[in-house]
Design a protein around this ligand. Structure first.
Ligand code: F6P
Length: 529
């Protein structure tokens, strides 16, 4: 049976009973910012928020996130709450404010300079800095406090996202053992040798074993996690059921390959996508040449320089393709505060210029690099008008661009050139699978994208579309909720709406919980991680 928004709504109602759904993710799904003195809202780049927003719209509940926009405070109430989507409110976004030092140490530091390169293994050396680790710990405690406020007064299911919050599940369980806690780790989990070089590996693992359910993108990542825990901590393992028990608490570890809402492509294209495609061609002087597109955050895991070197190689191997196509790369600026990301944007810019200099003519530039944020509506038009889409990640948990491209091709045309080192390649074997480290292999993939006969494209796209339609984001969320929802207890009384002001009793209760968290953290520190 196929999964739809409606079926997910039913599952959420029946499985969650009266329990409140609280999603925790560092990134908020809607950002308010000032533009020309006015407040506007935008959706951030990145797969996680795009995937989870339809789920929250279907299930309702609260999304707790870092408020990162310069107009976020103004758009929210005194408690940081704002109803979203702003143009059609369906759930609550609870924003939490971080000071510069915490954002620096927790987000740019431990999350994105330590765990991100550690888990992706793309030859970017992870940074191990005690100050970053302390900020990460502090911010996990701050999020725990906010989640506990949101969960007050009744049963709840807390669904934690990603590597920013490895410590949060244990903190929540220590304060509220009755809460059901699940976490989805969106990025790869490396082998034990790689992960265990982290000086705080044991504390991270212990935090994650506070979950009732822990999800990864693939079975391979689950296996790696199991092996890592086995080497580092005293636990009981059930390898048939894939559960780990530590100090009497059991965590199930399962693969849940994340996906997209395929219906969104139609919405984003609207009736006028053809007119918008003509405008794009005019704006970037693309004439009517076939287009290869890449759509990524500018991140060193995505293999963008490798892609440009492959365009260079393609034109060396096939000079007959001169003036016959364009490669258009959308590179959304990302984590630009970090030197590694700024350097990468410069490198990509320089490479694009080099390829254009070597192969371009007066009338033609092979590469167009757009280093700016694009809306999902604009990106979907690019997918729809392209001859091919190139996803050349060096390592990627899933990669939702690949699935978005397939979802946009209701004409059953287009070629997906896809790195073998993405989770998506396991589900989309009809893509042209390539090794992005091998310039000739990737160049050959680009060549196939420009020359594949229409019938062959159709055969492949049809199968890939069936796969994405069937294994959509509603299946991902539905199977995950079904699995973890079994553990949600029936509410004794209907959960009261959260009080706008904290009562003395609630305050005492909150302080006691914070003391419980603090005691737990101190005990962990004394135990040496
Ligand atoms: O899981 C990868 C992730 O952290 C997701 O939040 C999202 O897909 C992307 O990277 C965005 O990164 P950031 O929130 O740091 O801009």
């Amino acid at each position: 049976m196929s999964w739809s928004k409606e079926r997910l709504e039913t599952v959420a109602r029946t499985r969650l009973g009266g329990a409140k759904l609280i999603v925790v993710a560092n990134r908020e799904p809607y950002i308010h910012r000032y533009r020309d003195g006015e407040v506007e809202w935008v959706r951030p780049a990145g797969g996680l928020t795009a995937a989870l927003d339809p789920v929250m719209q279907a299930c309702g509940g609260t999304w707790v996130a870092h408020g990162s926009g310069d107009a976020d405070v103004e758009a929210a109430d005194a408690a940081g709450r704002v109803r979203v989507p702003p143009d059609d409110p369906r759930y609550t976004l609870r924003r939490l404010w971080l000071d510069r030092a915490d954002e620096e140490g927790y987000y740019y530091g431990f999350s994105n300079s330590t765990l991100w390169p550690l888990c992706h293994q793309v030859y970017q050396r992870p940074v191990f800095d005690l100050k970053d680790w302390e900020a990460y710990r502090r911010v996990n405690e701050t999020f725990a406090e906010a989640v506990l406020q949101e969960a007050e007064g009744g049963p709840g299911l807390v669904f934690v996202q990603d590597y920013h919050f490895a410590l949060l599940p244990r903190l929540l369980k220590a304060a509220r053992p009755d809460l059901v806690v699940a976490q989805f780790w969106h990025i790869p989990w490396p082998n034990p040798e790689t992960f265990l070089v982290c000086p705080w590996a044991r504390e991270l693992l212990d935090g994650m074993l506070g979950n009732d359910l822990l999800g990864f993108q693939t079975q391979y990542h689950c296996n790696n996690f199991f092996e890592t825990v086995d080497r580092a901590l005293e636990c009981r393992f059930d390898r048939d059921q894939f559960t780990v028990s530590r100090a009497g608490h059991e965590t199930s570890v399962r693969p849940f390959p994340i996906s997209v809402d395929p219906g969104l492509a139609k919405e984003y294209l609207g009736d006028d996508w053809g007119r918008r495609a003509v405008a794009v061609r005019k704006k970037y002087r693309l004439a009517d040449r076939p287009l290869l597109v890449g759509v990524d955050r500018v991140d060193y895991t995505k293999g963008i320089p490798e892609r440009l070197r492959a365009v260079d190689r393609l034109l060396e191997l096939h000079p007959e393709l001169k003036e016959k196509f364009h490669f258009l790369q959308v590179g959304a600026p990302s984590r630009t505060h970090l030197p590694a990301y700024r350097d990468l944007a410069d490198e990509v810019q320089a490479l694009a210029e080099k390829v254009n200099w070597r192969h371009g003519t007066d009338r033609w530039k092979p590469v167009v690099f757009l280093n700016e944020h694009h809306t999902p509506e604009d990106v979907t038009v690019l997918y729809r008008m392209a001859a091919g889409c190139v996803v050349s990640s060096l390592h990627d948990g899933m990669n939702l661009v690949a699935k978005e491209f397939v979802a946009a091709r209701d004409d059953e045309r287009g070629v997906l050139v896809l790195s073998r080192f993405t989770g998506a390649s396991k589900e989309l074997p009809d893509a042209v699978l390539v090794n992005p480290f091998d310039a000739d292999d990737l160049a050959n993939g680009l060549y196939l994208a420009l020359t594949m006969p229409a019938e062959e494209q159709e055969r492949r796209v049809r199968r890939m579309r069936a796969q994405v339609e069937n294994n959509n984001i509603f299946r991902w969320a539905g199977t995950l909720l079904s699995e973890v929802g079994k553990r949600v207890p029936e509410p004794a009384v209907p959960a009261p709406a959260p009080a706008p002001e904290e009562s003395p009793a609630a305050r005492t209760d909150r302080i006691e919980r914070m003391i419980a968290i603090e005691n737990y953290m101190t005990a962990m520190r004394l135990a040496g991680g």
